[in-house]
Design a protein around this ligand. Structure first.
Ligand code: PLP
Length: 375
């Protein structure tokens, strides 16, 4: 059996090696390292894939979030609501811009932002909501958009973990995650569902005016060469990364299918174990399984993790500490008891190896060890 990895990027590269190598070589030969033709083409190809009007690439997924908030022209102290159970980047950029993060609890089934809690958290100072499509499944965006509309709030979808996923509205319309709110953001970190070979990110929007703003902000607030109209940042996807992403994008649906198939296999192998809760699948969203995350009951998660470590099976604890308890983001307004679901999840979750190259034999081995331990 091949050695089990949390994410196997080597085997995935091997399968595309001739194309990837050729396309990187082409960038080297033409020496158009920044803003080369591959960057332009990739933006267009991703926009076509997502069925969104504008894709603006940038340096990474955290920049994408920060730049989106900058484009909204929010004022210091304005409140931005997001989930307590997510990667820190989401709350980090809110704080960095001197906005006020308002963390709310998540839904126990989907791990995504809890809409009842969002409603309760809205105040006259609330300006935006950042739902995170966590682990590869869409947050319940239709009612969230309705809440946002009623209160005149922007919605920035953090789609770093769910590129290629979609959401079905009650009228039957299906849209890709990241294209339904005011803006959507993503990350091309190597281990994400569409990863490059370094850092990269992008912002999506259907709004022409915002797209113009975003293109200026990523480039030092410059709308006309050497005329700086506002304070921006320097955040770019370089041409080599764009060449890699252009090569991988046509395979994204197939990659996500393979992740879903691997998830089906885990589901099947683990379904009989009462101490394990396999991931809930929202019928409104196509799950793309950035992570395959179990909940382990009876306080046995840490012991299981220890056991997997001993057996040489990789795993992840996403996330071990709620954001409201992180040293950097703790504030008086975060009341520990207001986050019962997150507080429970951080004790129960464990993510199993998940990538496009998993083999049945590996999954059977992983599950055998888990079931044997929990017996
Ligand atoms: C990975 C990730 C980010 C940040 O992306 P980077 O490219 O690493 O900056 C933001 N939000 C979520 C939910 C992520 O998983």
């Amino acid at each position: 059996m091949k050695q089990i990895q949390m994410v196997d990027l080597q085997t995935q590269y091997e399968a595309l090696k001739p194309d990837i190598d050729q396309n990187i070589q082409n960038v080297l030969d033409t020496a158009k390292f920044i803003n080369g033709p591959d960057v332009k083409s990739f933006q267009q190809e991703l926009a076509d894939y997502l069925d969104v009007k504008h894709v603006i690439t940038c340096g990474n997924g955290t920049d994408a979030l920060q730049i989106s908030l900058m484009a909204l022209g929010l004022q210091p102290g304005d409140e931005v609501i997001t989930a307590d159970f997510t990667f820190a980047a989401t709350v980090e950029v809110i704080g960095l811009l001197r906005l006020k993060p308002v963390l709310v609890d998540v839904n126990l089934d989907t791990f995504n932002i809890d809409l009842e809690q969002v409603k309760k958290a809205i105040t006259p100072k609330t300006k935006a909501i950042i739902p995170v499509h966590l682990f590869g499944q869409a947050a319940d965006i239709e009612p969230l958009l309705k809440i946002a509309e009623e209160h005149n709030l922007y919605v920035v979808e953090d789609n770093a973990q769910a590129i290629g996923s979609d959401y079905r509205f009650s009228n039957g319309h299906i849209a890709k995650t990241g294209t339904m709110g005011t803006m959507g953001t993503t990350s091309f970190f190597p281990s994400k569902n569409l990863g490059c070979y370094g850092d990269g990110g992008a912002i999506f929007t259907n709004d022409d005016h915002l797209a113009h703003r975003l293109r200026g902000i990523v480039n030092h607030g410059m709308y006309k060469r050497y005329y700086h109209d506002e304070i921006g940042v320097n955040s770019r996807l370089d041409s080599i990364q764009a060449a890699v992403l252009r090569t991988k994008l046509p395979h994204l649906d197939e990659y996500n299918d393979r992740r879903r198939k691997a998830a089906d296999i885990y589901d099947r192998l683990l379904s009989d174990c009462e101490q394990v809760t396999t991931p809930y699948r929202n019928p409104k969203s196509k799950h793309v399984f950035h992570q395959y995350t179990l909940r382990i009951k009876n306080g046995k998660r840490d012991a299981l993790a220890e056991h997997l470590k001993e057996k040489g099976i990789p795993f992840g604890i996403y996330y071990p500490v709620p954001l409201h308890q992180q040293k950097a983001y703790k504030q008086d307004s975060f009341v520990h008891e207001n986050y019962p679901v997150t507080n429970m999840l951080v004790e129960e979750v464990i993510s199993l190896p998940m990538h496009t190259e998993l083999e049945l034999e590996q999954q059977e081995y992983i599950c055998e060890i888990i079931l044997d331990f929990l017996k």
